[in-house]
Design a protein around this ligand. Structure first.
Ligand SMILES: Nc1ncnc2c1ncn2[C@@H]1O[C@H](COP(=O)(O)OP(=O)(O)O)[C@@H](O)[C@H]1O
Ligand SMILES: [Mg+2]
Length: 320
């Protein structure tokens, strides 16, 4: 069943130098219980897309397109309705907030605070709920009274996930939830997200620059480049038969020991400044397969197979 539909979404930042086209014509749908990954190098608009879905873009705004949750537009909501939307329907664990619990309150108190700020729950029932949420993310409920510094990095991350689940949202957006973690802890957090999706039937949108993480946790993946969708598809098709040169580059480069990605294999430079993105295909100045047409015409997303599309002049209609 369709939970979320995004149609030609444009989210720009307004700066003294002009408009930064951070999300520029993105369309996709997300079904209930689905786990959708958003991949792409830093600066490609992934976080802006996540923030747009709960209407929390600061320094800019949604300038075009449509976002619908269960067929209801999110772009016409009143402040009161927006308040209902956040936490209760969609919760976002932002990149900035990841692991950044308030140091002066216990983790339990912070979950209780989130519950009580958005519901009528009594203090007692909110504490009960907080403990059961901690259990849900594999943290001993006895630790509810611990302060963030008393928990490991992985536990703090899981406590953040517990908080995001507090109001039983339909969709949890997790922006780079494992980036600061070591490989073992990363795997634990990813497994947790997988289990929660199955057990609680919550939809998950997982944002990461690391495609291998998304391959483990998601059933569909969107590859974003310079504010646009380069390729989208079910995880098997996209990983086995990538069609976009950008996807191929992402798939063949691996993070170094610190988890940071080195220059992408086969691609020079970095994503463009979205104040003045290149004409035509935005990848063309970096693309190893560039053709004359690429600097002139913007490629449309074309259907390759049932759930697989790519926007590249090399890919013809019908995926040829
Ligand atoms: N507040 C802001 N003002 C102006 N530009 C911004 C702002 N936040 C992000 N950007 C720009 O928007 C683009 C997309 O950023 P972001 O959504 O953070 O990408 P990602 O999450 O993929 O790294 C980048 O070019 C970034 O420089
Ligand atoms: Mg980001």
């Amino acid at each position: 069943m369709g939970l979320l539909s995004v149609e030609d979404l444009k989210t720009y930042y307004f700066t003294g130098a002009g408009q930064v086209k951070a999300v520029d014509g993105v369309s996709f749908t997300l079904d209930k219980g689905e786990s959708l990954g958003i991949a792409g190098e830093s600066g490609c608009g992934k976080s802006t897309l996540g923030l747009s879905l709960i209407r929390l873009v600061k320094g800019g705004g949604i300038v075009g397109g449509e976002i619908k949750l269960y067929d209801k537009s999110l772009l016409t909501l009143s402040d009161r309705e927006l308040n209902e939307l956040r936490w209760k329907r969609i919760s976002l664990i932002s990149q900035a907030a990841m692991g950044a619990l308030n140091p002066v309150y216990s983790v339990g108190a912070q979950i209780v605070e989130a519950i009580r700020a958005h519901s009528e729950a009594s203090k007692k029932s909110a504490w009960e709920r907080a403990r059961s949420l901690l259990r849900e993310v594999d943290i001993d409920p006895m630790r509810a009274t611990n302060y963030p510094h008393e928990l490991s990095g992985g536990m703090r991350q899981r406590a953040m996930i517990a908080m995001a689940l507090a109001l039983e949202p339909d969709l949890v957006i997790a922006d780079e939830p494992t980036t600061a973690l070591d490989v073992v802890t990363q795997a634990q957090v990813i497994n947790l997200l997988k289990t929660l999706r199955q057990r609680l039937k919550v939809s998950i949108m997982l944002i990461s620059h690391d495609l291998s993480i998304l391959g483990q946790a998601c059933n569909r993946v969107i590859i974003m480049y310079a504010g646009k969708v380069a390729e989208v598809g079910d995880v098997n098709s996209l990983f086995r038969h990538p069609r976009h040169p950008y996807t191929k580059a992402l798939l063949t480069s691996f993070p170094d020991i610190k988890g940071e990605r080195k220059a992408l294999t086969g691609l020079s430079g970095s994503p463009p400044d979205l104040l003045n993105p290149p004409a035509g295909c935005r990848l063309h100045p970096r693309c190893p397969a560039v053709m004359d047409i690429c600097g002139k015409d913007e490629p449309r997303l074309v259907q390759i197979s049932e759930d697989h599309q790519a926007a590249c002049h090399l890919v013809g209609e019908g995926g040829r």
